[in-house]
Ligand binder design. Structure first.
Ligand SMILES: *Cc1c(COP(=O)(O)O)cnc(C)c1O
Length: 229
């Protein structure tokens, strides 16, 4: 089943790249395996997926312990400071840095473990009150501050667009994210080069790719509907 889903996602991804004059290699597909069992992750690995995303620290750690293959893990959910120690040094990237205090904690832990930690700033591009993230207006200042922390490597921006039946409605948000990254790069701030834009999920990844996503986070489209019971 995963094999079939993946063929479908891959075809749509390639078509979106083609429509927007981009190379398929510019976009990394992150398989969001939250709530899904190890067996399905194994199946995805057999289908050559190497990037996996999880949104809860405990579940992420359990899965990292169980999976022996050298895959990359991405923390994509809200992260509490007291849980930072469990994932720094183990994950490829933390996509959800949404406060100075969290960035500082990640930095401290990375220094302690003598590793470099790749992070993205989570941006609340739509301004929805229910969402975590830095406002677009605060983003530059936020990046300036966190880029000074040792052993923290600020790679880019991430957003969770609103849930919608019509992906076109999110195009404006993805475009604003891309513009924000272009504007910030144009300022040539020390230690800040935005080369990752993590945006687009099952319902809207094609639009996100057309607007410049470098990392898409696809759960349902690969693993099927989630059951939270
Ligand atoms: C669950 C989740 C996804 C994947 O959602 P789907 O709609 O199943 O593709 C992507 N990003 C984040 C932050 C998530 O929590």
């Amino acid at each position: 089943m995963i094999q079939e889903n993946l063929l479908d996602v891959e075809r749509k991804l390639q078509e979106a790249c083609h429509r927007s004059g981009r190379h398929r290699e510019e976009v990394t597909l992150i398989a969001v395996s939250k709530t899904k069992p190890i067996e399905l992750i194994q199946e995805a690995i057999a289908a050559h997926l190497t990037e996996f995303g999880e949104n809860k620290v405990q579940e992420l750690c359990e899965k990292m312990d169980l999976i022996q293959e050298p895959v990359h893990w991405h923390m994509i959910g809200h992260l509490q400071k007291n849980k930072v120690k469990y994932i720094v040094g183990r994950v490829a990237c933390i996509h959800s840095v949404d406060s100075i205090e969290l960035a500082e904690q990640i930095s401290k832990e990375a220094v302690k473990k003598q590793v470099e930690c790749q992070v993205l700033a989570e941006i609340n591009i739509s301004g929805e009150l229910s969402k975590f993230g830095i406002s677009p207006e605060e983003t530059e200042n936020f990046l300036r501050k966190i880029s000074k922390f040792p052993n923290l490597r600020v790679r880019g921006l991430m957003t969770v667009a609103p849930f919608t039946e019509n992906a076109e409605e999110n195009r404006t948000y993805f475009r604003q994210m891309k513009q924000l990254s272009v504007d910030i790069n144009a300022k040539n701030i020390d230690n800040i080069t935005i080369d990752m834009l993590s945006m687009g999920m099952t319902g809207d990844y094609e639009v996100a790719v057309e607007e410049g996503a470098t990392h898409i986070r696809v759960g349902t489209g690969i693993f099927g509907e989630r059951n939270y019971h």
